[in-house]
Ligand binder design. Structure first.
Ligand SMILES: *[C@@H]1O[C@H](CO)[C@@H](O)[C@H](O)[C@H]1NC(C)=O
Ligand SMILES: *[C@@H]1O[C@H](CO)[C@@H](O)[C@H](O)[C@H]1NC(C)=O
Ligand SMILES: *[C@@H]1O[C@H](CO)[C@@H](O)[C@H](O)[C@H]1NC(C)=O
Length: 438
């Protein structure tokens, strides 16, 4: 018999965020970096170099292969798109041979598909790969982005002084705002400050950025993914309260469908990113992705968790003997009761699925009339369960089981009424009892 006490605290978040009306839910799209890096060799590798053609092809596939219908919207360029030198008038210019028609033309092409266009710059003197940074040219570069009808700007932080970022990132945001064109503003401000041993001023970051990176770049491996999962779990008390509509933590790109993750591990990244209310930016070759990975990226039920209108980031509520449980409060809500997405993660390597057995009440789900429980990967509908019912899941090594538990009152407030709902943050503490059978 397990006796578990569960403490639920509710904290009212005072975060308001950047007032540009964008990213009310985490942005979704495709981003070149992790898969295509700084490949500029169009002579020998024309199909994989950073070029006009690559982005047009990916935009085509995002629409034709159903990603756009699933919610993926932004087609984002990362580093290595510029000429090494600015024009005589101080403007950044796209590489003449790799982007022969200019970026306005590419932007028009992407917009004509019903998609949006994202670009990359760097707050410092140079981008990470050595192309021109915005320092000294902020007004020019913001104006160029607006001229090209850019919808999303990622501003990296190489070759910059992290101390100056408190001033510099808001300054570039000011120039973006002054163009009059709404553009999502993605900042690398906190991660460079954390590297430099500075405690980031998150209230200022929330007021100036729509999303920001907290931790290392993702690499194409399970070990890289594990370090990110651990970082977000270990530091959740300071990270989670900063998320909400218009302002998100960004644990970096989805690497699902590449070389480094197994099928189970790919399911884990997608599920955990939904729990984390993370931006869903695929970085994968959509020409060659295998169908089972495409299905993970297009899992509508998991995307709905990621895009939940409350925008409350989830937490790791249990970690013991290699089993973790993560929970995210979602709609529908009724009175003080939330619905939840619950992810069971198996970090064990002992080669056989682990049984995890727990009641909803032990996870902090106490709504008296019960929850409708559904598995979001497998076609399993548990029906309506009371919080005292024990649920049992089998979790594969390095894999995940993700459930959605919707409260079942007769008069749940309709989802559309949630826009006024203030972002509350649930804090759980589940005692380190063992839910694991073996
Ligand atoms: C950027 O370049 C300017 C001019 O060369 C220099 O004074 C400044 O120290 C550089 N900043 C960084 C962070 O390297
Ligand atoms: C610029 O900032 C103001 C004040 O925060 C805001 O109302 C406006 O929507 C912003 N405009 C753009 C284009 O981001
Ligand atoms: C954080 O930035 C805000 C301005 O956005 C400022 O008022 C506040 O004093 C800063 N906090 C700290 C601890 O520096």
């Amino acid at each position: 018999m397990l006796v578990i006490s569960c403490l639920v605290l509710t904290i009212i978040s005072s975060a308001f965020g950047l007032d540009n009306g964008l990213a009310r839910t985490p942005p979704m799209g495709w981003l070149a970096w992790e898969r295509f890096r700084c490949n500029t060799d169009c002579k020998n590798d024309p199909d994989n170099c950073i070029s006009d053609q690559l982005f047009r092809t990916m935009a085509d596939l995002v629409v034709e292969e159903g990603y756009a219908a699933a919610g993926y919207e932004y087609i984002n360029i990362d580093d290595c798109w510029m000429e090494k030198d600015r024009s005589v008038t101080g403007d950044i210019i796209p590489d003449r041979s790799r982007f022969p028609y200019g970026l306005k033309d590419l932007s028009n092409y992407i917009h004509a598909k019903g998609l949006k266009f994202g670009i990359y710059g760097d707050y410092g003197n140079y981008t990470c790969a050595g192309y021109p940074g915005v320092l000294g040219f902020m007004e020019n570069d913001a104006a160029s982005f607006a001229d090209w009808d850019v919808d999303y700007v990622k501003l990296d932080g190489c070759y910059a002084d992290p101390v100056q970022m408190d001033k510099g990132y808001p300054e570039f945001g000011y120039h973006l705002n002054r163009t009059g064109r709404p553009m999502i503003y993605s900042c690398s401000w906190p991660v460079y400050q954390i590297y430099a041993g500075i405690n980031p001023n998150f209230s200022s970051i929330i007021d100036n950025c729509n999303l920001w990176r907290n931790y290392n770049d993702i690499q194409d491996s399970w070990s890289s993914l594990e370090t990110i999962i651990d970082y977000y779990g270990d530091n959740q008390d300071s990270i989670v309260p900063n998320a909400g509509p218009g302002h998100w933590n960004d644990p970096d790109m989805l690497i699902v469908g590449n070389f480094g993750l197994s099928y189970e591990q790919s399911k884990t990244q997608m599920a955990l990113w939904a729990i984390l209310a993370a931006p869903l930016l695929m970085s994968v070759d959509l020409r060659t992705i295998r169908p089972e990975y495409k299905a993970i990226l297009q899992n509508k039920k998991i995307i709905a968790v990621d895009q939940d209108p409350l925008g409350i980031q989830g937490r790791r509520i249990y970690k013991h003997k290699g089993i973790e449980i993560w929970a995210r409060p979602i709609t529908p809500v009724y009175q003080s009761y939330y619905s939840y997405a619950i992810a069971f993660l198996n970090r064990r390597t002992d080669g056989t699925p682990s049984d995890v057995s727990v009641t909803l009440k032990e996870l902090g789900l106490q709504y008296p009339d019960g929850y409708r429980v559904e598995d979001l990967y497998e076609d399993v509908d548990y029906g309506v369960l009371t919080s005292a019912t024990k649920i049992k899941v089998k979790v594969n090594p390095s894999g995940v089981v993700i459930l959605r538990c919707d409260i079942q009152p007769e008069n749940v407030i309709a989802r559309s009424q949630y826009s006024q709902y203030s972002p509350l943050n649930q804090v759980f503490k589940v005692r380190q009892n063992s839910f694991v059978k073996k």
